[in-house]
Design a protein around this ligand. Structure first.
Ligand code: URQ
Ligand code: ZN
Ligand code: ZN
Length: 480
């Protein structure tokens, strides 16, 4: 294992930024301080004029996902390698059982797929159906496999959609286990109806996609999931918050003291819904993902949610389909596989749009691209911090470096880039994963299979209340 001496940079953690050298050894950070001496045999990285930050944690990716009749272009190797090229050193992906499929069977399948990962990875497990066996398997996943978060798709009717009964049962189980429930908050019944109505209007192109998923479809589901979590007295994490309606639902609940957390995609912060009206089908379809990209006014609200601490993490929902796959929906937008990429571009896009514009400080950038996800999914400070004892997952960030993002130069296997043509200022010069230099000035040195599965302990010790709300509000029966 290597020894690295990262000299002369400014270390940026979520709490502060300070001048310091960093020494890593055998995959761990062993020293952080000023004027350190280079250990014998160390590889020296000159970080002068650059930032040394915790490697990005993308809490929402779908590598190698079988979805809508096809499989995403990036597998766990190409997707994590692309992430490393962008300074991302950990992904939280998803095990998504088919309805009626045993959770443990799906979990083992995804574990097998992920063996080829180039960076560390872990999984949220989706609850797509309910039974006593599902309930038991959730317990096994938490106590034996280090899963501490369970996903619920409130959209995708007749596929992986959860009804309220499943939500309630699963949220209750999450509380018992000290696990975080997360939701894809769109009302799948409304989407199903609106897709039919839009088609009946004769709209078959990608412009129909946002028409079938207006912001209130997301706002309703976010409100409903948050309300169920409130009654069940369990925290909740809302993925890919894309609009004011959902962000306000979160802010209202937080103002009432409820533990609600929100995730925002780099795409929803920077891409607007005009893309769906582009005359080129492949261009418009390439942007079909759910929730859809929104009118510009939603983006500023999302930025302010991140600035104010009402929204907490950024992600990509990296789920890449090529033009040929997207063409499945040539005559019916509802058949266009939903998903876009971004695992490679997230940090640079958020730095450029967030830090360079003054919306975020470098420390706030670290919070929303790494530290907050580590805290919310209970792997902090192993991940998300440049501190002694933490994993040596780092990105050396060149604030003066520029790059024009394009599908032509991306490492992702997708053939489309929602940030196509965007020139960003602020890019990774080096990425360190498990103490190894895996990306150096454009040279990607990702190693297939080097990534590790990261276990995440349950929260109940210090996060989720273990009493049901009824027990809290009315401790004893009334004697009559
Ligand atoms: O809904 C998700 O998060 C998955 C299926 C990726 N696709 C998407 O459109 N967001
Ligand atoms: Zn989703
Ligand atoms: Zn997703």
């Amino acid at each position: 294992m290597s020894t690295l001496f990262i000299r002369g940079g400014t270390v940026v953690n979520a709490d502060r930024a300070f001048k310091a050298d960093v020494i890593t050894q055998d995959g761990k950070i062993v020293a952080v301080g000023e004027n350190l001496s280079a250990p014998a045999g160390a590889t020296v990285v000159d970080a002068g004029g650059q930032y040394v930050m915790p490697g990005g944690i993308d809490p929402h990716t779908h590598m190698q996902l079988p979805f809508m009749g096809t499989v995403t272009m990036d597998d766990f190797y190409t997707g994590t390698a692309a992430g490393l090229a962008g300074g991302n050193t950990t992904i939280i992906d998803f095990v998504i059982p088919n309805p009626q499929q045993p959770l443990m069977e799906a979990y083992q399948t995804w574990r097998g797929w992920a063996e080829k990962s180039a960076s560390d990875y872990t999984f949220h497990v989706a609850i797509t159906w309910w039974s006593e066996q599902v309930r038991q398997d959730m317990g096994k996943l938490v106590t034996e496999e280090g899963v501490n978060s369970f996903k619920h798709f409130m959209a995708y009717k007749n596929a992986i959609m959860c009804d309220d009964e499943t939500l309630v049962n699963s949220f209750k189980r999450c509380l018992e286990l000290g696990a975080m429930p997360t939701v894809h908050a769109e009302n799948g019944e409304l989407v199903y109806l609106l897709q039919k109505q839009v088609a009946e209007m004769g709209i078959t192109g990608p412009e129909g996609h946002p028409l079938s998923r207006p912001p209130m479809v997301e706002g309703e589901a976010a409100n409903r999931a948050i309300a169920i979590a409130d009654v069940m007295n369990v925290p909740i994490y809302v993925v890919h918050v894309s609009c004011i309606e959902a962000a306000e639902a979160i802010a209202r609940a937080r103002a009432r003291g409820q533990r609600v957390f929100g995730e925002v995609l780099a795409g929803h912060l920077t891409v607007d819904d005009s893309v769906y009206r582009h005359p080129d089908f492949a261009f418009a379809a390439g942007h079909v993902m759910s929730p859809p990209f929104r009118p510009k006014m939603h983006q500023e609200f999302l930025w302010r949610g991140l600035q104010s601490g009402q929204l907490h993490t950024t992600a990509t929902d990296h789920c890449t389909f090529c033009a040929e796959q997207k063409a499945a929906g040539k005559d019916n937008f509802a058949k266009i596989p939903n998903g876009t990429g971004g695992v490679e571009e997230r940090l640079a896009v958020i730095w450029d749009e967030g830090v360079n514009t003054g919306r975020l400080t470098p420390s706030e950038f670290v919070a929303i691209t790494s530290a907050n996800a580590a805290k919310l999914f209970n792997i902090y400070p192993q991940k998300g911090s440049v501190s002694v004892g933490a994993d040596a997952d780092l990105v050396v960030w060149d604030p003066a470096g520029t790059k024009t993002l394009s599908a032509k130069t991306q490492f992702s296997k997708g053939d489309f880039n929602i940030f196509e043509g965007r020139t960003v200022k602020g890019i990774p010069s080096h990425t360190v994963s498990q103490g190894e230099l895996v990306f150096v000035q454009g040279d990607l040195r990702a190693v297939k299979g080097k990534g590790r599965y990261i276990k995440r302990p349950a929260f109940n010790a210090n996060f989720a209340p273990t009493k049901l709300r009824a027990e809290t509000l009315a401790p004893t029966p009334v004697a009559r």
